[in-house]
Write a protein that binds this ligand. Sequence first.
Ligand code: NAG
Ligand code: NAG
Ligand code: NAG
Ligand code: NAG
Ligand code: NAG
Ligand code: FE2
Length: 452
Amino acid sequence: MKALQLFLLAVLTVVATGLETSQGRANDSKEGLGIVHYQPEQVHLAFGDNLQDIVVTWSTRGPSNSSQVNYARNYAKDPLTVVKGTWKRFVDGGKKARTQYVHSVELKDLQPDTRYEYTCGSEVGWSPVFNFKTPPAGQDWSPSLAIFGDMGNENAQSLGRLQQDTERGMYDAIIHVGDFAYDMDTSNAAVGDAYMRQIESVAAYVPYMVCPGNHEEKYNFSNYRARFNMPGDTDSLWYSFNLGPVHFVSFSTEVYYFLGYGFKLLTKQFEWLEQDLAEANLPENRAKRPWIVTYGHRPMYCSDEKEYDCNKQLETYIRQGLPMLKWFGLEDLFYKHGVDVEIFAHEHFYTRLWPIYDFKVYNGSAEAPYTNPKAPIQIITGSAGCKEEREPFSKDLPEWNAYHSNDYGYTRLKAHNGTHLYFEQVSDDKDGQIVDSFWVIKDSHGSYPEVQ
Ligand SMILES: *[C@@H]1O[C@H](CO)[C@@H](O)[C@H](O)[C@H]1NC(C)=O
Ligand SMILES: *[C@@H]1O[C@H](CO)[C@@H](O)[C@H](O)[C@H]1NC(C)=O
Ligand SMILES: *[C@@H]1O[C@H](CO)[C@@H](O)[C@H](O)[C@H]1NC(C)=O
Ligand SMILES: *[C@@H]1O[C@H](CO)[C@@H](O)[C@H](O)[C@H]1NC(C)=O
Ligand SMILES: *[C@@H]1O[C@H](CO)[C@@H](O)[C@H](O)[C@H]1NC(C)=O
Ligand SMILES: [Fe+2]
């Protein structure tokens, strides 16, 4: 009897202690209570300036004053390689001026085609052990990517499937074509933090490559610029990287719209694009790495009834350049340098276009429109899921519209080799079913024949 009473008392004590602890934890999440937050969170990867470099980025709420990555092929058994990096204090532009410390470490000269395990943090707190695989050396391999835009914190419908795909090793990289979290600055940037934690199970394992969208505009894109570390030195606004047989070019469509942040950004990006594409299009580079694929947030063509941007009379700034002046238009630039595929988002749906230049369709042939097409192929993939939900198509679909879907989902790209690219569209609404797929086949790459 006595023993049982003692036992019950012990159980009650343990339960009560547990309650106290969980209440204490609940209070931890409130800020400004003198509690330290040195634990790494929001861990994500990107390719560095060289193909074999990987950049690890994470946040701590408090100043841990040190940024370190420990890695090894086998974390439990091998000696760890220790790399130190840098951190910066990021103060959100909202009323609360909420502060966090964004850490980044670049891992250089990794072995190609090798899986590494890593932790990040500092002496006052380490992340769990994550892992990534470096790309194989050279061009002769077939990278697989997931590509989408417009994914939010709320209603991120595709995220669960993307997490599963990624954890099963399906992708070498992810490309998020602008519009994150809805929005990263919302609620004094707490929404941005929640989003970056949501994607950790994807982004801590494969490079998560990005470009800015209109939803990142607040405070001169400060949340976007602080949280991501893309290659180059443009605050992640525009850059390029190579993956197998593909040269990927990322750019900001927003420099055409938010001119208040600096006209210079628009001119600098345009100059950079001219130079980067001209170089990628040199015959010796095309021979090595035949495909050029661009991604930017707002599309050149769209058939969305609500969107003023899609109205032919008004013209899109990025296609034709600034209104009236027609300066810095991208359609001509991309055409001139033989861009193969252009990927956009912004419209919350998926659209595949026939090869197109200046509103005219340039099929390779009627039977095989994407075999040796005579103009770039464009797709819009902005349906990953966000709180602004789906957007309606125009009732009269234009001639260039090859396929469209309103399903939530994302695009997969597999670059088989220098002649064959394969795209497929995953529908999350239809439980992962592939609702569209197509091959782009090219015997040669380069500038398109002059249009008559
Ligand atoms: C948690 O916060 C509430 C209200 O802010 C306070 O009343 C309570 O005492 C706190 N609990 C602990 C364990 O600090
Ligand atoms: C980092 O530096 C700040 C300012 O000197 C200090 O308040 C804080 O305690 C330091 N953090 C750690 C983990 O030592
Ligand atoms: C906005 O940020 C960019 C860097 O990304 C900078 O070049 C530009 O001057 C900033 N504009 C303003 C108005 O602060
Ligand atoms: C392009 O090819 C598609 C598929 O064969 C066809 O439906 C469409 O009419 C073609 N467009 C032109 C302008 O030839
Ligand atoms: C390129 O990939 C396609 C599709 O997998 C294949 O049919 C073709 O034979 C490959 N070409 C070369 C040169 O390997
Ligand atoms: Fe957008």
